[in-house]
Design a protein around this ligand. Sequence first.
Ligand code: SF4
Ligand code: SF4
Length: 286
Amino acid sequence: MPVDSIPKVVGMAYAVVATLTIVYLLRRGVFSRKAGYLFLVASTLVGFLVTAPMLPNQLQTLLLGNTRQLDAPVAIAVLVLVLFVVLAFAFGRVFCGYACPIGALQELAYHLPVKKLRVRSKAVPIVFRLLFFLAFVVLAVTWSIGILKYLGIADFFHLNLDSAFSYSFLALVIMSTFLYRPFCAFLCPYGALQALASIKARFKLRRTELCIDCGKCEQVCPTNEAGRTGLKQECYMCNRCREVCPVDAIQYARKQVAGQQEDPGMPQPARVSGKRSRTTRLTDQT
Ligand code: SF4
Ligand code: SF4
């Protein structure tokens, strides 16, 4: 299915533009789930058409030293990997949330109306992914084994149905209909780096003082990251929490600096019930 005449750099450029656009919309307070769907569909299509940006695979290719498979100079490939980690450090996992075709396809699959299986522990997927990350690095560096090949991501997005591996990823996509982003949560080595960077993200979804502790956001969050505290490294900006909040208390804002009353760039929540126009302060402790 990939269109050979489209260079992979187009997929990379799309991811940069999509990520920065979403950050802008989040900052303006106008990023809705409908807009999110558009990006998810676009990113999935880009994945099938260009097979880029497949950053987990790119990371593996670099570790294996297969630089001829990169379709780009090594420096550019490294730069792209570093760039999205830096963006996660500043803005959280917007790339994972919407611009990565692998994540986007799983997110779309999760929207299918089937009964969901919720993993209530935050630690279990993180520890599992950490162990997988260690295996990924050791196998690649020590024995030149690319473990992701067996998960068939590239084969799947190439629609290479002759490869048995493409069915491994198909199984993960089917699993995504009832389990939230199984590849991202349990396996992705690049997602592990994104999660690490986003722990210290300057901008995150945070609660303001409007919060009435109704707990609705925590009920709908598929990654258990909607609590008032927590590192939010598994938050994919899916917007489910914001959508259910009855008082518009969740905002994409930067951490409050001591002595500062509020994030100056934060949009004011003036429209809840048409009553509220006062300024708000962040109360989220992350
Ligand atoms: S965790 Fe990995 S597969 Fe999932 S969206 Fe992030 S980079 Fe893509
Ligand atoms: S529900 Fe909210 S906290 Fe949970 S992953 Fe989605 S955006 Fe992040």
